[in-house]
Design a binder for this molecule. Sequence first.
Ligand SMILES: [Zn+2]
Length: 345
Amino acid sequence: MSRVRLGVPYFLRTRSIDHFRRDLEDIVGVGATYLVLIVTDFDLLFFRDTLYDMVQEAKGAGLEVQLDPWGLGGVICTPYSVFPAAHPEACQVASDGSPVGRGCPTHPTLLAFIERWVDAAAALGADAVFWDEPQLGVWEQGETVVRWSCRCPQCRQAFSARYGMPMPTELTDEVIQFRQDAIAHLLQTAMRRAKGHGLENSVCLLPREHPRYGFGNWEHIAGLPELDSFGTDPYWTASPGHDPAKLAEFDAYIRRFADKVMGLAGTAGKRPHMWVLGFRIAKGTEGDMERAARVVWDAGIRDLAIWADKYGCGDNNRSGDPEAVWRTVARIFRSWRVQAGSSGP
Ligand SMILES: [Zn+2]
């Protein structure tokens, strides 16, 4: 009997254990097998004991628990971190010289901060760390990059030592390579620390393949020896509706990334996973989620996570009908379990 892995995130909805237990019943009830628990560096400052209890409750409910360092240092998924308040000297500087409130990926202070997060995460008793959309700063107008980071003194010095010339203010090929290497090194340092604690590592890359966003070379990330699961999240911005041309385009978009993940993970000997959009879903278009999940299944991937807004995000990303989205998650998970020959949790 083949197994499927089915995941949902848990955002900052509550830090009340009683409430969390009820939410867990609902999450287990739709057939999830793993929980991606958002753990910000703010959480670790103020809610460490409660987080420990939450991880134990989720594991007790039969779920695998992955911790998402959402916002960590300002380089994982979102820029919002407590790091700049504590370490302004280790923050990024943009190519135009303006300060950026995110940790500099080449700065040893940020690397040490991330290692301390990993140590704390391991003490919570989770199974894995989910490295969510690692990224660097790029500001654009249309297709044009107007500024980028990081060009702080630390980065300029490291760049000069490597290339034997001053760091340009333009996003040249050398700068792009330097930035990619910096974030890959940061990721590998963090994953190595997690492995040392017996945690698995999962990484999800943004479905943006131009190297100016961080990673052009997905093969390198997929092949990191400390990595266990590799994936991406090709979210869509508009429903294809009933237009056959747009439906074909929708399927092709999801399939291209599913095939890419399957290929890279297969070559590197990692477990492939994919995310399907479950937030900002317009009321009445929930069927798009089922369509995307079908494409992922057809590509051969058996680890599916859905970023559903009921427990997975704030009001800023709410769907038109979050309960309808959640019922759709239940339908998708049920269908995956049935197809895999496993109807019960
Ligand atoms: Zn820097």
